[in-house]
Design a binder for this molecule. Structure first.
Ligand code: PLP
Length: 303
């Protein structure tokens, strides 16, 4: 079995300690267990498979992508297995641990300056600048530019893998919720779940001050939920999939991050904690015995 066989088929964990005392149950896909340490390994693998199949990528050709670190780790390890060099272009506002991980997986890393964010808080403008540089480098090198926000492989993989895995893991699902970066996870999984049962509610998780999908505006682009909520509406966003929105504050996300590691034994990142916090808030507001499924997007070791 090769390394790439470790991608997909993550376990679904019942968060018994977090669910205790709540009217329903919270379950989470343990994406931090993927070989690159995040949910983005799935998209990275599909992107490279599809690019080979369509002939847009050939053996030995360089691959370039803008990343908040997680897509980069996934692409670095997948590209190495396929024999393609990989260049990661990343805003310097992302945690230094992410740079170390990219180095370790053999990526060439190019850091770009922040436009209006601060270290640990990467904004939409910081991302747009990193994307501009990534696209320029790809042009200059005749490389394959991944362009995750526009690449349909990102949605396809969650429709064909994550969604079906969730249904196999737990057939009785009432609610799915996820935070949104490129939107690949939310769109792909929600499309699949609604196809098999239109009663399943799909809920978007956003930081309170940058809830652009809910409110259409961003009060403050800075928040700790790295990899998500860039203050932009993803190009393939499909609002017909959204039943509701739940917003969370940095302070409450930090507290849930601590509870997940201390009480539940799950050392995960901020978007994972934001998802679980939103699930808890939803159960408290609804006061019903719902089964909620969400995503533990990445590992706490990345921060
Ligand atoms: C930590 C983290 N959580 C959540 C996401 C969101 O995933 P998606 O791009 O599928 O919306 C990302 C994306 O990079 C991420 O890095």
């Amino acid at each position: 079995m090769g390394t790439l066989n470790l991608i997909h088929n993550t376990p679904l964990i019942f968060l018994d300690k977090i669910s205790a005392g709540l009217p329903g149950k919270i379950y989470a896909k343990a994406e931090q267990l993927q070989p690159g340490g995040s949910v983005k390994d799935r998209a990275a693998y599909q992107i490279i498979l599809d690019a080979y199949q369509t002939g847009t990528l050939i053996k030995g050709q360089t691959v370039v992508e803008m990343t908040s670190g997680n897509m980069g780790a996934g692409l670095a390890l997948v590209c190495r297995q396929f024999g393609n060099p990989f260049i990661a272009v990343m805003s310097e506002g992302n945690s230094p641990a992410r740079r170390k991980i990219l180095d370790a997986f053999g990526a060439e890393v190019i850091l770009t300056g922040q436009v209006d964010g601060i270290p640990g808080m990467v904004t939409g403008k910081d991302i747009a600048y990193a994307m501009e540089i990534a696209s320029k480098i790809a042009d200059e090198k005749g490389a394959f530019y991944v362009d995750q926000f526009n690449n349909p492989s990102c949605f396809k993989v969650h429709f064909h893998h994550t969604g079906p895995e969730i249904v196999q893991n737990l057939p009785e699902i009432d609610v799915f919720m996820a935070s949104v970066g490129s939107g690949g996870t939310f769109i792909g999984v929600s499309k699949y779940l609604k196809l098999i049962n239109s009663n399943i509610q799909c809920i978007v998780v956003e930081p309170k001050n940058a809830a652009i999908l809910k409110t259409g505006k961003v009060e403050d682009p800075r928040h700790i939920i790295q990899g998500t909520a860039y203050g932009l509406i993803p190009p393939h966003w499909d609002e017909t999939l959204v039943d509701d929105f739940i917003t969370v504050t940095d302070e409450d996300v930090l507290e849930m991050t601590r509870r997940l590691s201390e009480e539940q034994g799950l050392y995960v990142g901020y978007s994972a904690a934001a998802n679980v916090l939103a699930a808890q808030k939803h159960l408290m507001a609804q006061n019903r015995a719902l089964n909620i499924i969400t995503i533990l997007c990445d590992s706490g070791y990345k921060y």
